[in-house]
Design a protein around this ligand. Sequence first.
Ligand code: DP6
Length: 330
Amino acid sequence: MATDRQATARAHSNIAFIKYWGNVDDDLRLPANPSISMNLDALYTETTVTWDDSLSADMLRLNDQPESGGALERVSRHLDIVRQRLNISASARVASRNNFPMGAGIASSASAFAALTLAAVTAGGATLSERELTTLARRGSGSASRSIPAGFVQWEAGIDHETSYAHSVAAPEHWDLTDIVAIVSADHKAVGSTHGHTSAGTSDLQAGRLRGASARLEAVRQAIASRDFRAFAETVEHDSNLMHAVMMTSRPPLFYWHPASLTLMGAVRQWRAEGLDVCYTLDAGPNVHCICTTAHAPEVRRRLEALDIAAEGMIDILQAGVGGGAQVLD
Ligand code: DP6
């Protein structure tokens, strides 16, 4: 039946508190360390997948624009994995839309591959466990595994495809946190995460980062469980610094921070010393995610807007609370 062959899913972006950087298996996206994140309620992707026997190849529309080349290839490779799992031979029409500005420098692969996975599986008429959906989403983009479950999510490194899965460690309402993202640059990053993961092992510091990763994850998990912001903040900032130290010391080196990133990191530490519940974390880009308690969010935002760093390039501010899991839309 035609209606069984189409489905739409929504998945939220997420921000990692303990970072995923480097794989032990790039093809399977088996990460070198476990990671933990929270979903971002205000930033999401909605994707419609239609399996269509009359198509000769997969088609992709991204924010209403037809896509070919690299973006289509990556989506098509991911659809191959779903085709194999569900025993589907048809090609698919994929229409995907982000509700956040594409040019804002916010990574969309997590929400994109989580939504694509859930929509493709549902359109294929299958109902898979959440755990299996996280492993399938992981094959498209590692961080996408963490955008399937709700709230605060841990991705186990695992030792093979089945054991490298993500699960919720706390519901969205467990802890009222807000991510205020200071957008420093809208430029497309020169070196994306997928390439970055392959070079992580060229840094002498990666072994040291990995050695402490499980202990840091446990510290963050416990800080979330007990809503201990001070303990949370110290470990989250330290883990972000460690990942960027690995990036900067990889060969060739990857420098994601801009001068404005450093200005903002210093300001956030100062504000915390003055009593605000706020800490920073940065992904593979210069934007500074200011994680704070929602109670302190208005003051953090006020101080961000008062900073005179426009000349250095703070161009926008996005804000999100803790988000739910990926869901099928009617
Ligand atoms: C720095 O999940 O984007 O954001 O698996 O190649 O798609 P691919 O990489 P991706 O890497 C995310 C890296 C990070 C840290 C994190 O989100 O854990």
